[in-house]
Design a protein around this ligand. Structure first.
Ligand SMILES: Nc1ncnc2c1ncn2[C@@H]1O[C@H](COP(=O)(O)OP(=O)(O)OP(=O)(O)O)[C@@H](O)[C@H]1O
Length: 586
């Protein structure tokens, strides 16, 4: 499937590719002609040494043909180089557009499960890797095949024994290459793996340095890095050692001087044997080294080609990801009730993460999802804004299946604030009014006040015009309050919230709680609750365990029932009486 969608990659530059191939073949062919011309010129001029008359007209014709061929060779190489760079730019643009268009059609969950680095790698590195293929490799490969082929045809036409002799260095080189690369792709795969492992260990070492230092594990992490570096060096050394002798042999058999002397020796032999005229040696001496030389230039190209193939594979796999389907005839929801009926869900089609979920969240109420880590709270919450589609059953808003609601309509109705806060590298003002770019400054400030972030913003020199990541470096809790302000301004009637735990310094946490309460007023709210004191007053609590709702009711109901929630609450209070007495009492 991945392969199929890769087929269309080059469609926008098909014409240019044909031109590149045509011009490269022409240039390659023309580059051989001057050498043939020298041989032919020798045939015309050398008899003159013996006092015979020389056909000057023919001599000049040959010279002009050689000059013309040189011009064509240079022009062909220049034009194909130019077209290939234009085609490369065009291909990169078209691919980047396809990637971005496809990104927009993917389920939001795809982004959730990946860092932004994954998308960046596709758009930047993988697309750039194709540059070498279009801009250089096609021309190089054509030169490396057409030139030797034409030379061999010419040599066979003039003196077949020398033609066979000229083939020998090529065959020897190919055999030596096979020996050096350990019989094909295996060694390269091993090399790739060693490089990847070393890169992984390096990243882990550099990124994790703060954490490992904190836990006194520097030695361990450093050890892994050292081991991988050692393994890499050992692999490279072994490989180099194994290929040292064949590499030296390749250098020798492909050296033009060696080839010329070798062909001269054979030439002298066959002239002595009376199988050829002295002039018949000239073509092989002049052109013989050209059989293997262009092939040698392919060495560096091969590595770029492998990268390009890999990039093409990952781009094809990405473009083959199924987009989220939207209804041809969207239905507008009537009301803001959120319901789930018989919902089952699996990320991978094998392990079911949610089982037979039924829930109903009425407008103007707050529903809290609680449960152990991994019980499925985030997954269930993410089904409402269609980060993923249910495997079976339905999630609906206002009585309409979310799959039947138009994308824009769905995001207008369902706001979400998750913990992995995403702020854009633009002004705080624009970050807040992302969903409503027409909102005026007063409105932006109003929501920022409610979200408890206004004062903090004013403390930046540029205030609301501070650019995130440049003028304004926000803490996790502050960033989350900016996204709360954004959600307030977007004014979606349904809200899915992930209560912050990651940024739980007491001041920030209290501010976030206040901001969240403001956000919740008059909406249908589904909140993933981690700290139970914050949900004492909510309208209903759904307790999840292993992807099932095992209890539901108000806080008082559930505590009175003495079931799982009651135990959670007791444990929570016991823990927090020690750490945060004011919360436990709440
Ligand atoms: N993107 C994903 N791909 C595959 N499996 C996933 C993905 N996200 C979560 N899971 C799995 O689904 C199950 C439910 O995870 P989920 O994040 O919904 O639980 P949770 O109750 O929200 O946990 P936490 O409180 O730790 O956030 C877990 O077993 C988790 O490993």
């Amino acid at each position: 499937m991945a392969r199929q969608s890769g087929v269309g990659f080059f469609t926008p530059v098909r014409g240019s590719l044909a031109a590149i191939i045509g011009l490269s073949v022409l240039g390659a062919a023309a580059s051989v002609v001057p050498f043939i011309a020298i041989v032919e010129l020798a045939r015309v001029l050398l008899p003159g040494l013996d006092g015979e008359s020389v056909d000057t007209g023919r001599s000049w014709a040959i010279v002009w043909i050689a000059v013309g061929a040189l011009v064509v060779a240079f022009a062909g190489a220049f034009a194909s180089g130019m077209i290939s760079h234009f085609a490369d730019a065009e291909l990169q643009l078209s691919l980047r557009r396809r990637i971005v268009a496809h990104l927009q059609r993917l389920p939001l969950g795809w982004f959730d499960a990946r860092s932004s680095g994954a998308a960046r790698k596709l758009v930047e590195s993988d697309v750039t890797a194709l540059h070498q293929l279009i801009a250089h490799a096609i021309h190089d490969v054509i030169m490396a095949t057409v030139v030797p082929l034409l030379i061999l045809v010419y040599l066979f036409a003039t003196q077949w024994i020398l033609a066979v002799a000229a083939l020998v260095p090529l065959v020897v080189t190919l055999v030596l290459y096979i020996v050096m690369t350990g019989g094909g792709t295996e060694k390269f795969q091993e090399y790739d793996k060693a490089t990847e492992r070393l890169a992984g260990a390096t990243v882990e070492y550099v990124h994790g340095i703060a954490v490992v230092k904190r836990f006194g594990q520097v030695g361990r992490s450093h050890k892994r890095y050292r081991e991988e570096a050692k393994r890499y060096v050992e692999f490279s050394t072994d490989w180099t050692k194994d290929s040292l002798t064949p590499m030296a042999m390749v250098e020798i058999v492909t050296s033009p001087a060696v080839i010329i002397v070798y062909l001269l020796a054979i030439g002298v032999g066959i002239v002595q044997a009376g199988w050829a005229q002295p002039l018949d040696i000239l073509p092989a001496v002049l052109l013989g080294s050209g059989v293997v030389a262009p092939m040698m230039a392919l060495g560096a190209t091969a590595q770029f080609l492998r990268n390009a193939m890999k990039a093409q594979g990952s781009l094809a796999a990405f473009l083959a990801l199924p987009p989220i389907p939207y209804a041809d005839r969207p239905v507008a929801p009537e009301g803001h009730e959120v319901e789930a009926a018989d919902v089952c869900f699996s990320y991978d089609g094998e392990h079911q993460v949610l089982h037979d979920i039924a829930m109903s969240c009425r407008p103007g109420t707050v529903t809290a999802l609680v449960g152990a880590s991994g019980s499925g709270k985030s997954t269930l919450a993410r089904l409402v804004p269609r980060f993923y589609d249910v495997t079976s059953g339905t999630v609906s808003i206002g009585g309409t299946d979310v799959r039947s609601v138009a994308a824009g309509e769905l995001y207008r109705r369902v706001g979400f604030v998750f913990q992995d806060v995403q702020l854009l590298r633009t002004s705080l003002r624009d970050n807040i009014r992302l969903a409503r770019p027409d909102a005026d400054d007063d409105e932006v400030e109003r929501v920022a006040r409610i979200a408890q972030i206004h004062d903090r913003i004013l403390r930046f020199e540029q205030g609301y015009d501070s650019v995130v990541g440049e003028d304004a470096n926000l803490s996790g809790g502050e960033a989350q309050r900016v996204t709360i302000a954004r959600a307030l301004l977007a004014d979606a009637p349904i809200l899915v919230l992930d209560e912050a735990t990651a940024f739980a310094d007491p001041d920030s946490e209290a501010a976030i709680q206040k901001a969240l309460s403001a956000l919740a007023a008059d909406r249908t709210v589904l909140v993933i609750a981690h700290r139970l004191h914050t949900i004492v007053g909510v309208d209903q609590i759904l307790v999840l365990d292993g992807g099932r709702i095992v209890e539901r009711g108000t806080h008082a109901d559930l505590v009175a029932a003495g079931g799982r929630f009651a135990t959670m609450w007791r444990d929570y209070q016991a823990n927090h009486a020690r750490t945060r007495p004011e919360e436990a009492k709440a």
